[in-house]
Design a protein around this ligand. Sequence first.
Ligand code: ASP
Length: 608
Amino acid sequence: MRTHTCGQLRDEHVGQSVTLVGWVNSYRDHGTGLVFIDLRDRFGLTQLVFDREDVPPEIVERADRLRAEHVVAATGTVRVRVGGPNPKLDTGRIEVLVTSLDLLSETERPPFLPSDEDNLPNEELRLRYRYLDLRRPRMQEILGVRHRALRLTRQYFDRHGFLEIETPILTRSTPEGARDFLVPSRHQPGNWYALPQSPQLFKQILMVAGCDRYLQICRCFRDEDPRADRQAEFTQVDCEMSFIERQDVMEVMEGYVRALWQDALGVDVPALDVLTYKEAMDRYGIDRPDRRFALELVDISDLAARTEFRVFADALAKDHGVVKAIRVPGGASKLTRKMTDGYTEFVRQFGAGGVPVTKCAAGKDGAGAIFETGIARFIEPITGELVDRLGLEPGDTVLFGANAWGVCTRAMGELRLKVAHDLDLIDESAWDFLWVVDFPMFEFHEGDGRFYAMHHPFTAPRHDQLDAFLAAEPGDRAAVEGIVSDGYDIVVNGSEIGGGSIRIHRTDVQSRVFGLLGMSDEQARDKFSFLLEALRFGAPPHGGIAFGLDRLVMHLVGCDNIRDVIAFPKTQTGADLMTDAPGPVDDDQLRELHVASTAEQDSAQAGT
Ligand code: ASP
């Protein structure tokens, strides 16, 4: 229907007769006998001009009736833009003088205009009329970036010998630690499928099946509350490799991320640093550090032990007690009393008691640095060493944390991020990639008094930890917590974009992990017999990773709302506002599925 797209015409087309199709983006009648229309399609905008003097009256009449978002076809001649070039448009040097116009489709009055970027309605309305929202150039751009990321993904992994293999959506529960979405079976009354939380077990079985290298761009389903960067239904770039060690996986995956950033943004990603979990926690208080700013956590436990300060002494008396400090350069003039008081409140939600503070100032007569205000008098005996260790200069503020290691690092890590935001210290143009490795295999949850797998239960102990793992008694909490896994996470700008591990390929090791997680042999067989069985039939050493595609795209397009990178996302309560899913079903349908609804009883109960 068209000779060109609305983003295509340039100087070299001047004089040509062209036909464009698209949506009316804007309509302007200058009252000078000229009507201007910006015509929009996925590819851009082109200015159409109607000259009342020149075109037949019926065309002017048709043009007069045009409204924003009508769909039209316009034929005319390309000319140099009479009003001078518009540098904001790719097609801004030309315009099309229209000689004929067809109205292809009318619109009702739209609830909002895709062209009105500055006055976007609330998100509910955007999701309800998603097709109008997706017409916005920004959304089209995001869809384009996502498409190119998918294309590059397939090309990259194809080049590296991966086979793209699909795994089932109707399957058994896969343990990634979230709630399952369940689907009732019609053929087998009382039995249910679970939607995959990930293809984890299938991809491992594909390795046992000799597929060697697997890729799938797959949908995963975790019935958790959606957040700004999380949807219950999301997409993974899922990979698995055989006959490899951790380093091999990391190399291939680093190459992938490099190719992706190069292709989408022209950014050269340098070789990634590798941090251990312990280092990341010690220095940044989080296992996905953002290193675009400093504010590192520095351990000063040895110095703190030499002060008379009760808060420090109490912390150091705890199991794994530590005292840490953050230097805030120039904080004395930037952090108000109100802010630092607020930090004490802030860290309480992470279990810490407060944030002792002091300021560094120049001593009199050139006598080096001294501390003023806050806990200054308590730390006086360690002034010189503290100044050296933190690299303090007059005008800096020091924030302290004192508690058991776990609580202290977590609270200080959160505080570090908060201070960085408050003082606007994050360089938004920087890219900070890194690997985090050597995670503990298990973490103990006080609540139900048992171990959980830090990654998932198929993650292998690091090869040099195998003996320690096999020797660890379930009752010996310290020994179990000390075992390091062969897992790895890839992090960019403080967000985890991928995670994986070398897997267990021995049945005895796998059974032991299940045991440590409190699963009886019977329970393990019940849930994972197919995996345990497969491992008995010649399982190759293997490992892999999964990237969160939605999150990758969020980074590539620079947005912080995951719903913006998904064509048809769901709201915080899991609703699709356009199709109105989830919706009710007929009793007949339920009966056929052997499902009885308890919704009525539930709401009756809730009402009483
Ligand atoms: N299946 C894991 C996940 O979804 C990734 C992996 O271990 O490869 O996080």
